[in-house]
Ligand binder design. Structure first.
Ligand code: GN1
Ligand code: CA
Length: 131
C-alpha cells in the first residue's frame, strides 16, 4: 500500500485523505497523479458514506475537499476525461439547489456536511485521492 493510503475491502479501493494542505483542482489532481492515483470518483452511496464517515471520524468534517468530479465536457463526470471517466448517471449527492453555476463552477467539491457542490476549479480545497 503506498504511503498514506488506506484500503477499504468492501469498496476494494485505496484512498488518500489530504487534511494538511490545499490546492486548486488542477494542483490536487497533479498531487494525486504523482502518487499514481486520481482524485476520488464517488460512484455509489456506499462509497460516499465510507468517505464522509472517515472524514468525520478523523475530525475533519468542517473542511471542504476536491473530488475528481468535473463538467469540463458537456456532462458531469467523476474524474478527468480519459482513463476511467464515467458520466454521473446512477449516483449523485448534490446539495439542494446544486449544481447551480454551469458557467463558472466546473469542479465538484465535497462541502461541509458531505454534500456535493460545484465550485470554481481555481478555489483551494483539501482533497481525496483514489487508487
Ligand atoms: C457558495 O459564496 P456564495 O454563496 O456565492 C459556493 C457556491 C454554492 C453556494 C451555495 C466558491 O457561493 O458554489 O453554490 O455557496 N461558492 C464557493 O449557497 O464555494
Ligand atoms: Ca455551486
Amino acid at each position: 500500500l503506498p504511503d498514506g493510503f488506506v484500503y477499504d475491502a468492501t469498496l476494494n479501493s485505496c484512498y488518500y485523505f489530504m487534511y494538511i494542505s490545499t490546492g486548486t483542482w488542477l494542483e490536487a489532481d497533479g498531487a494525486c497523479n504523482r502518487m499514481h492515483s486520481k482524485l476520488v470518483a464517488i460512484e455509489s452511496a456506499a462509497e460516499q458514506t465510507y468517505i464522509w464517515n472517515k472524514i468525520t471520524a478523523d475530525g475533519q468534517n468542517s473542511k471542504t475537499f476536491w473530488t475528481g468530479g468535473n463538467n469540463f465536457g458537456p456532462q458531469w463526470r467523476l474524474n478527468r476525461p480519459g482513463a476511467t471517466s464515467l458520466n454521473i448517471v446512477t449516483y449523485s449527492n448534490w446539495n439542494a439547489g446544486e449544481p447551480n453555476n454551469p458557467l463558472l463552477e466546473h469542479c465538484l467539491e465535497l462541502s461541509t456536511g458531505g454534500g456535493w457542490n460545484d465550485v470554481p476549479c481555481e478555489s483551494r480545497r483539501f482533497y481525496i485521492c483514489e487508487l
